[in-house]
Design a protein around this ligand. Structure first.
Ligand code: COA
Length: 181
């Protein structure tokens, strides 16, 4: 857990603490995710689903592969970030996917996001992750500036996705099919 004095909330400095999330934080975390998914146009604001996702994450925390960090100020949760680890065969080690990075709207630009990301980086080092990565909406300029300032670099990879509907896509002859060997 990290404790910091926030940069620029005049007149008095406000202390921000970052700690692991608790199940009792869930309603506030859902509100934060609603703020986030109203910005990221790949996603929809669906509070029930966000709550279900958070419960899945919090249920996996004890296995040490997941971290849900919350920033707290004056007893209120004001920001969050999550990390889920995967094995990277390229690195020969675990790496971490950062998701759900959001600070309460009225407190953005006051240093809380930077403090959260420092805590996430600290957790990643403590858990021997080789690197951290994340996806960001290409139109979210403030977030891209934020990550650039934290030394995240754009890569040549792009995100592709398909829904798991329960039906395998039909195999088209000549597309990725080989004669049995
Ligand atoms: C992106 C976000 C998490 C950053 O957290 P934050 O607490 O607002 O950021 P900080 O105050 O720590 O800012 C750190 C740096 O990021 C950049 N930055 C942050 N907000 C910015 C904005 N609105 N416009 C331009 N740059 C911005 C600045 O370079 C800033 O450094 P500076 O204050 O010294 O100029 C937060 O603004 C947020 O919740 N945004 C909406 C949700 C979102 O877009 N999340 C990212 C999903 S990928």
């Amino acid at each position: 857990m990290l404790s910091h004095t926030q940069r620029s909330l005049a007149p008095e400095a406000v202390k921000v603490t970052v700690r692991p999330a608790r199940i009792t934080d869930l309603p506030t975390l859902v509100e934060l995710l609603c703020q986030l998914f109203s910005i990221e146009t790949d996603f929809e604001v669906r509070p029930t689903r966000h709550a279900r996702g958070l419960r899945l994450l919090l249920g996996a925390v004890h296995r040490g592969r997941v971290y849900v960090a919350v920033a707290e100020s004056r007893g209120e949760v004001v920001g969050m970030a999550t990390v889920q680890t995967v094995v990277s065969t390229a690195e020969g080690a675990r790496s971490g996917w950062i998701e759900d990075v959001v600070v309460r709207e009225d407190l953005r630009g006051t240093g809380i996001g930077t403090i959260l990301m420092a805590d996430v980086a600290h957790w990643a080092r403590a858990n021997n992750l080789a690197r951290l990565q994340l996806l960001a909406d290409r139109r979210n300029r403030p977030a891209l500036t934020f990550y650039d300032r934290l030394a995240f670099q754009t890569t040549n990879m792009i995100c592709l996705r398909a829904r798991c509907t329960g039906k395998a896509p039909p195999a088209t002859p000549g597309q990725g099919r080989r004669a049995p060997r």
